[in-house]
Design a protein around this ligand. Structure first.
Ligand code: NI
Length: 247
C-alpha cells in the first residue's frame, strides 16, 4: 500500500490494522559516470515498493529523497541538506506520522552518508520526550537496504571484487533492473576506483576523479539487480513484522 496513492480515509482504516510505516530515505547525488543521480533514493524506494506488492498490508510513505551529500556537491546534479537541516526535516516527518497514530517508523535507507544524521535525529526525538517527562509513543528504526538479511551475502557472491563503497555494482544493478531504459555505459579508468577518506566537496572531487569509490560498476546487470531486489524485499517484510512485534 502506497501512502501517496491512498486517501486519508484509507490511511485511517489502515491505522486500525497496523501502526507501522516504511519510509524509503536516500540522497540525490552523483554515482560515477554511469550511476543515476537518484541511485541512493531509488534503491530503497524500488525495494519498498516491491515489498508492498508482495505484502499489500505493508504501508510505504513517500520517499525522502534528499540527504546528507555535501561531499558530492562538486559534481553537477547533486542536491544536499546539511546535517542540521536534515535532522529538522526528519523530525517533522516523524512528528507528522506519529500525530496520526503511527507507532513504528521504519526508515529504509539507501545512503551510508545519512546514517549518523538519521540516528542523531532519532535521538533528538527521544530527548524531546525524555525532557518533557513523557513517553514518545512511537519508535524509530533505521535499516540500510544492504543490511537486510541475505543481501550482503548475495552481493559478495555476485561481485567478489570491485564492489567498493560508492557507485557500487549492487546499487547500480538495482536501478538497472527497475529502469532498464536508463542504463548507461562508460569506459572506466581505472577499472576499480581508488578508496580513501570522505571530507568536503573539493577534496572529494580531487581524490575521486569520476566520483566512484573502490568500485567497478561495469559488473552490474539488471538480472543481478532483480536478485538483489527479491532478496531485499522478502527480508524487509520480515524485518518490519519483527519491528511491529517488538512494539
Ligand atoms: Ni549510493
Amino acid at each position: 500500500m502506497l501512502l501517496h496513492l491512498s486517501t486519508w480515509a484509507e490511511i485511517e482504516a489502515q491505522l486500525a490494522k497496523s501502526k507501522a510505516v516504511v519510509i524509503p530515505i536516500g540522497s540525490n547525488e552523483q554515482h560515477g559516470p554511469t550511476g543515476l543521480l537518484g541511485t541512493d533514493w531509488l534503491c530503497p524506494e524500488i525495494i519498498a515498493h516491491e515489498a508492498q506488492k508482495i505484502a499489500p498490508g505493508l504501508l510505504v510513505a513517500p520517499t525522502f529523497n534528499i540527504g546528507m551529500a555535501q561531499h558530492h556537491l562538486d559534481f553537477p546534479g547533486t542536491i544536499a541538506l546539511r546535517p542540521s537541516t536534515f535532522m529538522l526535516a526528519i523530525g517533522d516527518w516523524c512528528r507528522s506520522l506519529a500525530h496520526h497514530g503511527f507507532e513504528q517508523l521504519y526508515f529504509l535507507n539507501g545512503h551510508g552518508g545519512n546514517v549518523a544524521t538519521i540516528e542523531a535525529a532519532f535521538s533528538e526525538l527521544y530527548a524531546e520526550a525524555s525532557y518533557a517527562g513523557r513517553k514518545a509513543g512511537y519508535a524509530c528504526k533505521l535499516k540500510n537496504w544492504w543490511d537486510l538479511k541475505g543481501v550482503m551475502r548475495l552481493a559478495a557472491r555476485q561481485f567478489p571484487e570491485g564492489h567498493g563503497s560508492h557507485a557500487t555494482p549492487s546499487e547500480i544493478a538495482v536501478t538497472q533492473w527497475a529502469y532498464p531504459h536508463a542504463i548507461k555505459s562508460a569506459n572506466y579508468a581505472p577499472q576499480i576506483a581508488p578508496t580513501g577518506p570522505i571530507r568536503e566537496a573539493a577534496d572529494f572531487r580531487g581524490r575521486y576523479a569520476d566520483g566512484r569509490m573502490g568500485s567497478d560498476p561495469g559488473q552490474a546487470t539488471p538480472e543481478k539487480g532483480g536478485e538483489l531486489v527479491a532478496t531485499a524485499a522478502a527480508a524487509l517484510i520480515e524485518d518490519v513484522a519483527e519491528f511491529e512485534r517488538e512494539g
